[in-house]
Design a protein around this ligand. Structure first.
Ligand SMILES: [Fe+2]
Ligand SMILES: [Fe+2]
Length: 222
């Protein structure tokens, strides 16, 4: 167990709340606290980088904006979950996954800027929407909030596969980010399942897919 995890057990509810507020502000407006992992874009050497056509750039930027918006929502979800988790053990287990979502957030934002575009104007909406859902699921119980995380991660992997099949083969940097995110999200789903996630009812899963559709359609343009 890391030192951070050991310390987390001793935080009061107010401390935890302040940490979430700090994390929320960083997610929407500042610099997220990333892990020690390198940005996959840095592994792309200049020899393999490709010049992108204007249309390829625009399309990539739109997809990366969707992914960034998804990561903003993931932050809200994990923070809502952490705020309401009944067992400190559950919160600890999910902490590393939440930190890796910050990596995704930073990687996507950097790529969007390099492609000459902007993050979603609706980020605060995605954030507050998902922190509320995460907290509500947490109030229902750890197994439900973990189930929510596991299902979200599964749906994100599906999205990433779709993006990888539509984004230009020439956009090596965006693809490197998406490939690493896909590996991470799959692992996050496993972590949630191992921490005690329960399978969500089909109606909830469908509602989640519908909400995600609204977010992806909006973030593609704005
Ligand atoms: Fe993520
Ligand atoms: Fe994840």
């Amino acid at each position: 167990m890391s030192d951070t995890n050991k310390n987390l057990r001793h935080y009061s509810p107010i401390d935890l709340l302040m940490m979430q507020v700090d994390n929320g502000l960083r997610t929407m407006f500042g610099k997220p606290l990333v892990t020690e992992r390198p940005d996959p874009q840095d592994n792309v050497t200049t020899e393999v980088k490709q010049e992108l056509a204007a249309t390829e750039k625009t399309f990539s930027a739109r997809l990366m904006r969707i992914n960034h918006a998804g990561e903003v929502a993931a932050q809200g979800l994990y923070q809502g979950q952490a705020l309401t988790a009944k067992l400190p053990d559950v919160r600890d287990k999910m902490q590393r996954a939440a930190a890796e979502e910050n990596d995704h957030l930073a990687w996507c934002e950097r790529r969007i800027k390099e492609l000459g575009s902007h993050t979603s104007y609706f980020n605060p909406v995605w954030y507050f929407g998902s922190i509320s859902i995460g907290a509500l699921a947490g109030i229902a119980g750890d197994k439900w909030s973990l189930g929510f995380v596991a299902e979200t991660e599964r749906q994100v992997v599906k999205h990433l596969n779709e993006h990888l099949s539509t984004i230009s083969e020439n956009d090596i940097e965006s693809r490197a980010v998406l490939e690493q995110m896909k590996i991470d999200e799959g692992r996050h789903a496993t972590v949630a399942l191992e921490a005690g996630a329960t399978e969500l009812p089909v109606v909830v899963k469908s509602l989640m897919a519908l909400t995600s559709k609204v977010m992806t359609k909006t973030a593609f343009w704005f």
